[in-house]
Design a binder for this molecule. Structure first.
Ligand code: UGA
Length: 437
């Protein structure tokens, strides 16, 4: 099929490359010339494992190209809208200006029989509004909503082998003509047995909001347990292992630590609350305010624990933060707990050095006042305390004996509970975890 993918960020660039890998002819379109220039040379503008190789592989087939010119969408059968929906400045709601701009620029290029497929995370009701808009311009065009569930760091495999496909169509019927077209787009994962659900537009939009809210709630639940463990001397990692063995609960997403960040969970739960308020259903989601509050409290808690670890004062203390990205295998620093903690420590008088294998350029763009060092050995030199805040494998593998020779004082706060506390203590370190004795 001939496919256009509008928006080439963390979602769209991967989607475009994966659709070409599935055998389709794809054009990726974005207004950002720098992004398009990089992608055109088969270089991902952000770090995503496997994406550079995939771009190179599919561009060699001639099935994928990138452009800033929306006219390239003309002649495509299916148009995926993959632009961002960030949080509005100073408000909880989602900023839909990119979705609206992408749709409006696409409209003149639509042809009868085309299908416009929204993938961006949007407040419920957006798809119906856009469908109406699209229909007014080209009555023979269909609008669908097909939420994306990929995780950064696993984006390529999640797109090629998704755990489910959700198609939102007007009326919610399997017989909707657009269903057959999208089945052809996803023929390969469907043949491999990926479950596919057809819903109405509103349900498809809500599936995404509900999924991310559930994940955020699960993390804040275990972090609330961590607070109680801290108050009672219990160990949240053992607690999570034990309750996780109940397969109704499950161990995944029960890692207590500095909490969730990134460009999705934090802004999605806020946008969901804002939308529920507009719909008069705000009471249903007041618990998400608590989920958000527990999450933000983790960051303050790490600052307090660091102060305790440094004998009660942060003034002039040399603190090294291991990890800047919101999670490992990503260079994304949007709402990163690690960076937010680093900035708070610096504001309170500590001298903070941040290290990360991939995210330093993005981090420096957001927090230019912090000091950055790529080399771990250099970053930890003479430190009064280390904070492991993003669990990259290379930090999990750090050797406590060797590291003790480099730092000023061997103290470590394990913000992700991934280190072997006994091993670090045996090597002479003061070790603190979160929610652990
Ligand atoms: C999340 C969802 O997991 C995806 O399904 C969804 O498609 C995506 O948002 C999106 O809306 O686009 P992502 O933001 O890539 O994916 O990252 P996650 O793997 O969900 O991690 C989110 C945050 O939670 C990270 O900061 C991570 O460190 C933290 N986390 C995760 C924990 O603190 N504890 C855990 O047990 C798991």
């Amino acid at each position: 099929m001939k496919i256009s993918v509008i928006g080439c960020g963390y979602l769209g660039a991967v989607h475009a490359a994966c659709m070409a890998k599935l055998g389709h002819d794809v054009v990726g379109i974005d207004v950002d010339e720098r992004k398009i220039a990089a992608l055109s040379e088969a270089k991902s503008p952000f770090y995503e494992p496997g994406l550079d190789d995939l771009l190179e592989e599919v561009q060699a087939t001639g099935r994928l190209f990138f452009t800033t010119d929306m006219a390239a969408a003309a002649g495509c059968d299916v148009h995926f809208i993959c632009v961002g929906t960030p949080q509005k400045k100073g408000e909880n709601g989602a900023d839909l200006s990119y979705v609206d701009a992408a749709t409006s620029t696409l409209l003149p290029h639509l042809r009868p029989g085309n299908i416009v497929v929204g993938k961006s995370t949007v407040p419920v009701g957006t798809a119906a509004r856009l469908a109406e808009w699209v229909r007014q311009v080209e009555p023979l065009t269909q609008m669908m909503w097909n939420p994306e569930f990929l995780r950064e760091g696993h984006a390529v495999s999640d797109t090629l082998r998704p755990d489910r496909l959700v198609y939102g169509v007007e009326g919610g019927s399997e017989d909707h003509p657009a269903v057959t077209t999208l089945d052809a787009v996803y023929a390969s994962p469907l043949d491999a047995g990926t479950p596919r659900l057809v819903t109405d537009l509103a349900t498809a939009e809500l599936v995404k909001a509900a999924a991310n809210s559930f994940l955020a709630t699960k993390i804040s639940f275990v972090n609330a347990m961590a607070e109680v463990c801290e108050a009672s001397g219990a160990d949240v990692t053992q607690l999570a292992d034990a309750i996780g063995l109940d397969d109704r609960i499950g161990r995944k997403f029960l890692n207590a630590g500095v909490g969730f960040g990134g460009g999705c969970l934090p802004k999605d739960i806020r946008a969901f609350m804002a939308r529920a308020g507009e719909l008069g259903a705000d009471q249903a989601l007041t618990f998400l305010r608590e989920v958000d509050a527990i999450n933000m409290r983790r960051r303050t808690r790490v600052v307090e624990l660091t102060r305790e670890l440094c004998d009660g004062t942060l003034l002039g203390k040399r603190i090294t933060v291991l990890g800047a990205a919101f999670k490992p295998e990503s260079d994304d620093v949007r709402d990163s707990p690690a960076l937010s903690i680093a900035a708070q420590l610096q504001l309170q008088g500590a001298v903070v050095t941040v290290t990360d294998p991939k995210a330093l350029a993005n981090a420096a763009g957001r927090f230019p006042e912090l000091h950055y060092e790529l080399d771990t050995d250099k970053a930890v030199q003479r430190a009064d305390a280390l904070l492991l805040l993003t669990e990259w494998q290379q930090y999990r593998d750090l050797e406590p004996y060797a590291l003790a020779e480099l730092v000023g004082v061997p103290r470590i706060l394990d913000g992700r509970n991934v280190l072997d506390a006994a091993k670090w203590r045996a090597a002479g370190w003061s070790y603190r975890g979160l929610g652990r004795p």
